[in-house]
Design a protein around this ligand. Structure first.
Ligand SMILES: *[C@@H]1O[C@H](CO)[C@@H](O)[C@H](O)[C@H]1NC(C)=O
Ligand SMILES: *[C@@H]1O[C@H](CO)[C@@H](O)[C@H](O)[C@H]1NC(C)=O
Ligand SMILES: *[C@@H]1O[C@H](CO)[C@@H](O)[C@H](O)[C@H]1NC(C)=O
Ligand SMILES: *[C@@H]1O[C@H](CO)[C@@H](O)[C@H](O)[C@H]1NC(C)=O
Ligand SMILES: *[C@@H]1O[C@H](CO)[C@@H](O)[C@H](O)[C@H]1NC(C)=O
Ligand SMILES: *[C@@H]1O[C@H](CO)[C@@H](O)[C@H](O)[C@H]1NC(C)=O
Ligand SMILES: *[C@@H]1O[C@H](CO)[C@@H](O)[C@H](O)[C@H]1NC(C)=O
Ligand SMILES: *[C@@H]1O[C@H](CO)[C@@H](O)[C@H](O)[C@H]1NC(C)=O
Ligand SMILES: *[C@@H]1O[C@H](CO)[C@@H](O)[C@H](O)[C@H]1NC(C)=O
Length: 763
């Protein structure tokens, strides 16, 4: 599954996840040093001391240039390094970085105008003085990928290792799709034909890309075959006859088909015969844009247009906008103009505010992908077609934090994936932050995303600004809190570039206002260490289960399903009851502010720490007071999770893990493969027990709707800590058994009430 291989990386060896690590670690830095030595030449003489306030934490504060000198040096070196990662982690699909001390390219993220014309980010010659949604550029393509960028691509591919790698991968992917039969119609109950729509969109983008890069008509023909299939003109039936073929009652499907057709129509405009062009146009109008215009005044198909701050609004307005821009001028019915009159203001009042004031996506970490892809494609299409974003990038002043959200919610064991995970992604990626990073001046978003497994796809070829330079981690704080009352979560880690790093994230937040994609999960946490996840999430239930999306009220059927219930989360259960949807937690966070430096190797000092605490009293009945706190101790090598609670009902601490768990008194040993985490209760309260059990509902839970079942959770064990009603400070210490560590390397922290936690309270 590795997207990157060592040849692409230009390095001598790639590091696998397992035991080979040691000798490979030695190999990689040497290769980089050799390359740099050859490249740098005289530059070395002019090195100045790095600003020491910035990387006090890094082990790499060696002589290196600063400011503009560093940036320009980094820019000239980067193409010689090639791709920064040496591979992709096969389990979590995250980039693996070489272990190196400071290299001159790993500097502060920035954009540096290139001296090399072949690597410059071309400027759009279309700069209308008074942009209007219905006044579009005269050349094609109009949406996402204007011709001046296609013209720049051959040089960019030749000179920039990321463009080269992505171009090669897109060709490979397109070749793989080429030999497949057209996507087969599959109506997945209430989820409709969304997978079909997104798979077709993904294929069409790749086919259209390769056609334009080769002029080989076999790609054009294959694109047309896919379009005819999706229009019901193929060799096998595709959906019902009539105007509901693209399933407007599940409008995401209609929107994604419309976007796919828009790209095919527009990117290949000059290549189609006039018959083909009118065939594509008529299908797009009949199945996409006409039902789309209708949706704005149809509560059954267009509910998403009415005050919905979430992915539905972004994806629907985006697909319709792309379709309308593509056909403007060729559609003589006025439908395209009418849609643009609705889709832009609608997204401006709804979609863009799914990014909360702290940058968190209001739904979940996975739904962020769908919503931000929709918004980016819509905005990018408007910018290229009309010369303006009409406020989509600015009217929510916090949109510029959305990349930060994605970066901090991603741990070395993958996402802190609370709530629902959503459908298959296909054409949906995290590449929107290549676009936002460029447009909103956040080079670190671009640098982060370009290394990810989902970066190679056509959008990246038009969104990636090759003038970016530096390393996303240089100067990036290890911890961050997102404290809008709707979200309230924080993450903390020991490194941005070590796949074995310690990562902890915990959330509080309100339990309503997430488009019914959340769980009853205040206090939920994840822990990654040693290259794997130790405390994790169960994810979505079956979206087709009865009442799954009925509401987020306390009596909603959604809260009958194990994966959505409080007992299915890594938090405290009182009386085995669900949390209260009226919860209004308050939170506190502090951090030593440790930033990673230039190096991918980070050794933090022993007082480097962070903590996040939440008052969760309001989430429970029968609880007088309850605070939960989590913190990193001992130089980010251990984790303390503490619950200060006074409850009138039985208390159960729960954690879901893939580990094999062996309990011994008030401790437990967690093992995954050859890795171990020791869990122990500090100052164990009288009567406390640790038990383990399967991840499934209690016998005395309220029954599921008739005929409904929970999804099985194979391989998952629940660790439970049980206490009778009472007042406790329950302190659980997690000690990952780091390679080479002995028992004396671990500390036993003092017992400190959560109210008295400070940055130094556990030193
Ligand atoms: C893009 O990749 C394909 C497949 O590897 C290659 O044949 C082609 O030359 C590349 N395009 C450019 C402009 O280098
Ligand atoms: C595209 O190709 C790469 C490299 O072979 C592969 O890892 C990736 O899964 C493919 N992507 C899709 C969506 O098929
Ligand atoms: C494809 O054809 C167009 C139009 O004739 C031309 O401008 C372009 O250079 C050609 N591209 C390739 C890769 O041959
Ligand atoms: C599909 O067939 C219908 C009916 O003949 C036609 O109106 C439409 O243009 C065709 N669309 C495509 C994409 O072939
Ligand atoms: C709303 O859309 C549905 C699905 O296309 C359609 O059946 C219905 O007639 C529409 N209602 C109105 C009032 O247009
Ligand atoms: C939280 O974010 C929402 C937008 O999702 C916003 O309406 C609200 O004002 C924010 N709250 C605070 C306290 O900033
Ligand atoms: C986002 O933009 C606002 C307003 O333009 C600015 O004040 C703020 O500093 C920016 N925040 C980030 C994280 O870029
Ligand atoms: C178990 O492992 C899978 C695959 O890596 C992961 O997606 C899931 O979150 C893990 N579950 C738990 C409870 O940690
Ligand atoms: C308190 O616990 C009792 C059972 O002991 C339960 O019936 C009641 O609903 C609980 N109250 C709240 C507000 O949860």
């Amino acid at each position: 599954m590795s997207d990157y291989d060592k040849e692409d990386a230009g390095l001598t060896s790639s590091r696998s996840r397992s035991t080979k690590r040691k000798w490979i670690w030695i190999g990689v830095p040497v290769a980089i040093v050799v390359i740099l030595a050859a490249v740098l030449g005289g530059v070395l003489g002019s090195r100045a001391h790095k600003n020491s306030s910035k990387s006090s934490s890094g082990s790499a504060a060696q002589a290196s240039p600063s400011g503009e000198a560093a940036a320009s040096q980094a820019a000239s070196i980067k193409e010689h390094i090639g791709l920064y990662p040496t591979g992709t982690d096969s389990q979590y699909l995250l980039p693996i970085y070489p272990s190196t001390t400071n290299t001159a390219a790993f500097t502060t993220p920035t954009f540096v105008p290139s001296n090399n014309a072949a690597l410059a980010w071309p400027k759009d010659p279309f700069q209308p003085s008074n942009p209007q949604p219905t006044s579009v550029r005269t050349d094609r393509p109009r949406i996402l990928a204007p011709s001046y960028k296609w013209e720049a691509l051959p040089n960019l591919i030749k000179n920039d290792p990321y463009f080269k790698f992505w171009n090669d991968t897109i060709f490979g992917n397109a070749t793989a799709y080429f030999s497949l039969p057209p996507v087969v119609y599959h109506l997945d109950g209430g989820s409709g034909i969304l997978d079909n729509a997104r798979e077709i969109k993904m294929r069409i983008k790749a086919f259209a890309y390769v056609y334009r890069m080769t002029n080989d008509t076999k790609w054009l023909d294959r694109t047309f075959t896919e379009l005819q299939n999706a229009a019901g003109n193929g060799t096998t039936p595709f959906g019902p006859d009539g105007q509901d073929k693209w399933n407007p009652t599940h409008f995401l499907d209609t929107a994604e088909f419309t976007a796919a057709f828009a790209i095919a129509y527009d990117w290949l405009y000059d290549a189609w015969s006039s018959d083909q062009r009118s065939a594509i146009l008529s299908s797009m109008m009949f199945y996409g844009l006409e039902p789309g215009l209708n949706a704005y005044s149809n509560t059954s198909t267009g509910w998403w247009a009415n005050n919905i701050e979430g992915n539905w609004n972004c994806v629907s307005n985006s697909g319709l906008t792309m379709g309308a821009l593509a056909v403007l001028g060729d559609d003589t019915s006025g439908t395209a103009e009418a849609i643009l009159g609705k889709s832009i203001p609608n997204a401006l009042t709804n979609c863009i505010f799914a990014v909360s004031s702290d940058g968190t996506w209001s739904e979940t970490a996975n739904y962020w992908y769908f919503g931000t892809t929709g918004l980016a494609e819509m905005t990018s299409s408007l910018l290229t077609a009309t010369g303006s974003d009409f406020g989509l990038l600015k009217n929510n002043p916090n949109l510029n934090k959305t990349g930060l959200y994605h970066m901090y919610v991603t741990g070395p064991g993958s996402l802190f994936a609370y709530g629902d995970h959503g459908p298959n992604k296909f054409s949906t990626t995290a590449n929107s932050i290549l676009f936002y990073g460029d447009q909103l001046q956040h080079p670190e978003y671009v640098l982060f995303q370009r290394d990810q497994h989902d970066a190679p796809e056509p959008n990246s070829m038009f969104w990636y600004n090759p003038e970016v330079s530096g390393a996303f981690w240089d100067g990036l704080p290890l911890d961050h809190v997102f404290d809008n009352s709707t979200d309230q979560w924080a993450s903390m880690r020991s490194s941005w570039t070590d796949e074995n790093a310690l990562y902890v994230a915990m959330k509080a937040g309100t339990l309503t206002g997430h488009q019914t994609h959340n769980d009853l999960d205040a206090g939920d946490f994840v822990i990654d260490a040693l290259g794997t996840r130790w405390a994790g999430e169960l994810g979505s239930g079956d979206y087709l289960s009865e009442g799954y999306f009925s509401s987020d009220a306390q009596d909603s059927q959604r809260w009958l399903y194990y994966r959505k219930r409080t007992e299915g989360q890594n938090t405290i259960l009182v009386n085995q009851d669900n949390q209260l949807v009226t919860a209004a937690p308050t939170v506190k966070f502090d951090s030593s502010g440790t930033q990673q430096g230039s190096s991918t190797v980070l050794d933090v000092s022993s007082d480097s720490t962070a903590y996040f605490t939440a008052d969760l009293t309001s989430a429970y009945g029968n609880v007088t007071s309850f605070k939960r706190g989590i913190r990193l101790i001992n130089g980010r090598k251990q984790v303390l999770l503490q619950d200060d609670i006074n409850a009138q009902g039985t208390i159960m601490w729960r954690m879901h893990t893939n580990a094999t768990v062996t309990v011994s008194g008030t401790s437990a040993t967690l093992k995954i493969d050859d890795k171990t985490v020791q869990l122990s209760i500090l100052n164990p309260p009288d009567g406390v027990t640790i038990t383990t059990g399967p991840a499934q509902r209690f016998d005395n839970d309220p029954p599921l709707p008739q005929g409904q079942v929970d999804q099985p959770n194979p391989g998952v064990t629940v660790v439970m800590i049980n206490l009778p009603a009472g007042t406790y400070s329950l302190q659980v210490l997690f000690n990952p058994q780091w390679p080479g560590a002995s028992s004396s390397d671990f500390v036993t922290p003092p017992s400190v009430p959560i109210d008295q936690w400070t940055l130094t309270s556990h030193n």
